[in-house]
Design a protein around this ligand. Structure first.
Ligand code: UDX
Length: 424
């Protein structure tokens, strides 16, 4: 039997990764987007987003003829499987806005081939598959929910090495077709109903965010009462029921998914008049953590923030991406700017417009600074030339929010490193 052909609607971060990876797995894939400039760029082999390994897969896919991009909706009429990878930005209530999804379905519904599977891939509110079925209004087209669990910065790796592939559908044959697209890849297969599949995505992100809120609280406890958070997280992470990943304290969790998905789940519960204090508290705790970070900055600057100079390494919400959506670094910079503190920032990839801070080379940012704050765990910062940092800083102090600088190595250059929850 020939391999199913795939249409990916929406070539944003999720859609583009899926399109490139499915082509890499030998499927014929078309990426459909309404943005002509983006389609031209992609067709020339250039990715509009920074994601390690994506450019290579894009080029290989185009060269093999398995991958192509178009703005033409005609592509919808030949595909066996149609992945919907469209944006669902949050509404003020926290609930994701699915109007873009709706417009796309209304636009393509007539063209879809009989027997096609329509798959929701990007995170959608619980119950969206029912809405999609109503908008489609076609008995001969089957709905599948196949949530993605891709981390920015390692999306290609995550796609090709999934822990699990979740396929939710009321139509067993359609579920098996979608599942078969992952036959070359490892990981558990989880077949379930569409609503459970949608909930698995929310639950995974809400659970991980809660785990981080918890671990950041441990760091705050260590900052106040002593103890070393690294020893504590190692001590609990060796318990296989807890597991040892996602236990590194940081400046607070951010990015395009966690804040949106946790808020989305909480909003859903509220709309059902359900109390979900654990989920709500994860968000509140993260807010408290930003306050704690500012308190630490204030303490280590050692003088009023008004008129002080802070160097900030890292703008992206984490290393390996240029994404600054809900980046803790931006939150910190905003709070410092509100107190008339001058911030000079450096990031190997991420850029932001505006006057929150001046962006420059990582060492130039240190010139005469009262404090160096490390907000993103890039290797460029991990491997920094500490002699140069010491020579440039006004006060020889680093607040390492990611715990990536060895305090012993820094001390050799007369630098003092403070890290969240760690003794110094
Ligand atoms: C997340 C999920 O991991 C992914 O499965 C989902 O599909 C999309 O959302 P992503 O947003 O790319 O991925 O980032 P992730 O690597 O999960 O980190 C989220 C936040 O937690 C970041 O702000 C990161 O800096 C922070 N983090 C992560 C920590 O502070 N400590 C850790 O140990 C891990």
């Amino acid at each position: 039997m020939s391999k199913p052909s795939i249409l990916v609607v929406g070539t944003g971060y999720v859609g583009l990764t899926c399109a490139a990876c499915f082509a890499n797995q030998g499927f014929k894939v078309t990426g459909l987007d309404i943005d002509e400039a983006k389609v031209d760029l992609l067709s020339s082999g250039t990715s509009p987003i920074f994601e390690p390994g994506l450019d290579e897969l894009l080029t290989a896919g185009l060269e093999s003829g398995l991958l192509e991009f178009t703005t033409s909706s005609e592509a919808a009429s030949t595909a066996d499987v149609v992945f919907l990878c469209l944006p669902t930005p949050p509404l003020p209530t926290g609930t994701p806005d699915i109007s873009i999804l709706r417009s796309a379905i209304v636009q393509y519904r007539e063209s879809l081939k009989s027997g096609a599977a329509v798959v929701t891939k990007s995170t959608v509110p619980l119950g969206t598959s029912k809405d999609v079925a109503a908008w489609l209004d076609r008995d001969d087209v089957h709905l599948v929910s196949n949530p993605e669990f891709l981390r920015e910065g390692s999306a290609i790796h995550d796609f090709l090495n999934p822990d699990r592939v979740v396929v939710g559908s009321l139509n067993h044959d359609a579920a098996l077709v979608v599942q078969s697209l992952y036959d070359g890849l490892p990981g558990e297969r989880i077949l379930c109903d569409p609503l459970s599949a949608e909930l698995i995505k929310y639950a995974a992100n809400a659970f991980l965010a809660t785990k981080l809120s918890f671990v950041n609280e441990l760091a705050r406890i260590c900052d106040e009462v002593g103890g070393d958070v690294d020893a504590v997280t190692h001590g609990i992470g060796t318990d296989h029921r807890i597991a040892d990943s996602f236990l590194t304290p940081g400046p607070g969790w951010g990015g395009s998914c966690f804040p949106k998905d946790v808020a989305g789940l909480a909003a859903l519960a509220r709309s059902s008049r359900l109390r979900v204090p654990v989920i709500e508290s994860a968000v509140e705790s993260n807010r408290d953590h930003f306050d704690h970070v500012i308190t630490q900055i204030r303490k280590h600057v050692g003088k009023p923030l008004q008129g002080a100079n802070v160097a900030m390494w890292g703008i992206a919400f984490k290393a390996g991406t240029d994404d600054t959506r809900s980046s803790p670094a931006l939150d910190i910079a905003e709070r410092l700017a509100a107190e008339q503190c001058q911030v000079r920032a450096a990031d190997p990839v991420a850029k932001v417009d505006g006057n929150l801070f001046t962006q420059m080379d990582m060492y130039d940012a240190c010139d005469a600074a009262d404090l160096l704050v490390i907000a993103t765990e890039w290797n460029e910062f991990r491997d920094a030339d500490l002699a140069q940092v010491a020579a440039r800083l006004g006060q020889p102090t680093i607040l390492d929010l990611r715990g990536i600088i060895s305090s012993e190595a820094a001390a050799e250059h007369g630098l003092t490193v403070h890290a969240l929850g760690r003794p110094h």
